[in-house]
Design a protein around this ligand. Structure first.
Ligand SMILES: NC(=O)N[C@@H](CC(=O)O)C(=O)O
Ligand SMILES: [Zn+2]
Ligand SMILES: [Zn+2]
Length: 350
């Protein structure tokens, strides 16, 4: 069957390998948006205060499960927020007991709620060595924070200045470069044959920096790492549709209320949980690679994390444009849903 004739697409149930669920009222409102379509997600630990210890991760998982509507089936895969005081023994215990799936590295000050992150990478070497020994992955927000480095170059510079030296020092550490946004990151992952993979977000496959800045400033397209020029977006699409096992979906769906985004110093983050699968189907269809969508959403991630792919399926069906809400209501305020800027013809039938 040629791609044009495909109107129904059955996929193994997808997983989201990078997700922000927040806490409290926000958690309650956004969790069903993900659990409706996704079986599992790697849950980011950048709460205030951050989820640092095994015990905090355990409590956070309990709060997530308590917020999950009874009819929904969803497994949160917890992460620990790496600080310079993180105890290697606590990390090893969390891994062994199945409390945490991965550890998250935020360079201090790189992004939303990253103040407790790492400044001196030598201080976290013992934790990283322990993780390498036990096969626990490190998820990395890959941007330098040096104010002298242009914001559009911060990912590429991070690869050269931080990631390459770190991988030399701890070569057996399994790393996921989160939410890659550049040709340089795609090339680096492709040129590396062991212990390195990358997540790609939905929005970075769709927007470039013009979407944020041309014709008026669009705070809802502002996220970190910031979207780059069009050539980089094209490189990300090429990586996502390639079927290369080292690239998989991490939506980085990052809800902030409209009042928090729409102000002189607005928060970074795009909220894509609601319409991600419809958006991705459009991107893959436009590239003539619908048949590679399942690898990106449902197969490559579990393979890298050493987990079985999901047995359950979701079906995508093509038809008249699907109307998603502009925003979802939360008791903290409205959260705007990502607008891809084009019609979405693929609806998800759970
Ligand atoms: N991506 C974002 O722009 N924001 C994320 C943090 C992150 O993933 O860097 C958030 O927590 O809001
Ligand atoms: Zn990040
Ligand atoms: Zn994120």
């Amino acid at each position: 069957m040629s791609e044009k004739e495909i109107t129904t697409l059955k996929l193994r149930r997808p997983d989201d390998w990078h997700l922000h669920l927040r806490d409290g009222a926000m958690l309650k409102a956004v969790l069903p948006e993900t659990a409706r379509h996704f079986a599992r997600a790697i849950i980011m630990p950048n709460l205030v205060p951050p989820v640092v210890t095994a015990s905090q991760a355990n409590d956070y998982r309990d709060r997530i499960m308590a917020a999950l509507p009874a009819e929904m089936d969803f497994t949160p895969l917890m992460t620990l927020y790496l600080t310079e005081d993180t105890d290697p023994a606590d990390v090893a215990m969390a891994h062994e007991k199945g409390i945490a799936t991965a550890v998250k590295l935020y360079p201090a000050g790189a992004t939303t709620n990253s103040a407790s992150g790492v400044t001196d990478f030598d201080k976290v070497r013992p934790v990283l060595e322990t993780m390498a020994d036990i096969g626990m992955p490190l998820c990395v927000h890959g941007e330098v924070t040096d104010p002298d480095i242009d914001i559009f170059d911060r990912e590429a510079v991070f690869i050269d200045k931080v990631l390459k030296p770190l991988r030399k020092k701890v070569p057996d550490l399994k790393i996921v470069m989160e939410h890659v946004t550049t040709q340089q990151a795609v090339d680096y992952v492709r040129d590396t044959h062991k212990n390195l993979a990358a997540t790609i977000t939905t929005h970075h496959l769709i927007i470039n920096r013009n979407h944020i800045l041309a014709g008026g400033i669009k705070p809802h397209y502002y996220c970190l790492p910031v979207a780059k020029r069009e050539t980089h977006r094209v490189a990300l699409v090429q990586a996502a549709i390639s079927g290369d096992k080292r690239f998989f979906l991490g939506t980085d769906s990052a809800p902030h209320t409209d009042p928090a985004k729409l102000q002189p110093c607005g928060c970074a983050g795009c909220f894509t949980a609601t319409n991600t699968l419809s958006c991705l189907a459009e991107v893959f269809e436009a590239a003539g690679k619908l048949k590679k969508l399942e690898a990106f959403t449902s197969l490559n991630g579990p393979l890298y994390y050493g987990l079985p792919p999901n047995e359950a399926t979701v079906t995508l069906q093509k038809g008249d444009p699907v109307v998603y809400p502009d925003h979802i209501a939360t008791d903290d305020g409205p959260v705007t849903v990502f607008d891809p800027g084009f019609d979405l013809h693929w609806r998800v039938i759970p």
